[in-house]
Design a protein around this ligand. Structure first.
Ligand SMILES: [Fe+2]
Ligand SMILES: [Fe+2]
Length: 208
């Protein structure tokens, strides 16, 4: 992180904020190096980047495992046959997502470890709240379940898109391929939910 001022060729590296003029009254031709030597700097950045990648991996691993259970509950709470089938199918895919993440841990020579994903925990709690606040066997409840499920899919789409990018940058092409497969299933699940909402559930809910 550029927390310390680096001055080179009369420009200040700290003056990079949008709108800043990149001018420094103290710059002139002075060369001030406040960071450590390039070699240790590079190694330090690499390991921090790797730690970020591993933390994100542990986060989505926790999320996917939690989702296997949560999707089971949502499927039981849903009424529309189409929606029940979509959730059940995606629960099956989600079990596969957990296994794929375990493959990635293995590729990286690490034991699978989960780290609580506060965001997913919140999204799952929100889904439960919608079920608690709506009538059983109602299209309104189904509409609410779809909204919460799509929020969850969008979180996963962001997570896998970012993980794929990080894996590519770090040269883990095998892991990037695995993330791509899951990413594609998350996007399909999201599209199917939109289709179910727009083709039947929303209209039925508005008539209740
Ligand atoms: Fe997933
Ligand atoms: Fe998903």
């Amino acid at each position: 992180m550029a927390t310390k001022t680096q001055v080179k060729n009369g420009k200040s590296a700290a003056s990079t904020k949008p709108g800043s003029t990149a001018k420094s009254a103290t710059a002139k031709k002075t060369v001030v190096v406040t960071r450590s030597a390039p070699k240790s700097k590079s190694n330090g950045s690499e390991s921090k980047f790797h730690k970020l990648f591993m933390d994100e991996l542990k986060d989505i691993y926790w999320a996917e495992k939690a989702l296997v259970k949560a999707l089971g509950k949502m499927q039981k709470a849903a009424t529309s046959e189409e929606l029940v089938k979509a959730i059940t199918d995606h629960q099956g895919q989600t079990k596969g997502h957990v296994e794929r993440l375990e493959q990635v841990f293995e590729l990286l020579g690490q034991e699978p470890k989960a780290k609580k994903c506060e965001a997913m925990s919140g999204l799952i709690a929100e889904g439960q709240e919608v079920v608690d606040d709506t009538e059983e066997d109602s299209a309104v409840r189904d509409a609410g379940i779809i909204i919460c499920s799509q929020k969850i899919e969008h979180y996963e789409i962001s997570a896998y898109g970012s993980l794929r990018t990080l894996a590519n940058v770090m040269g883990h092409a095998d892991a990037a391929d695995i993330f791509s497969q899951t990413l594609s299933e998350e996007k399909d699940a999201d599209s199917l939910l939109t289709q179910i909402a727009e083709s039947s559930v929303n209209e039925e809910a508005s008539a209740e």
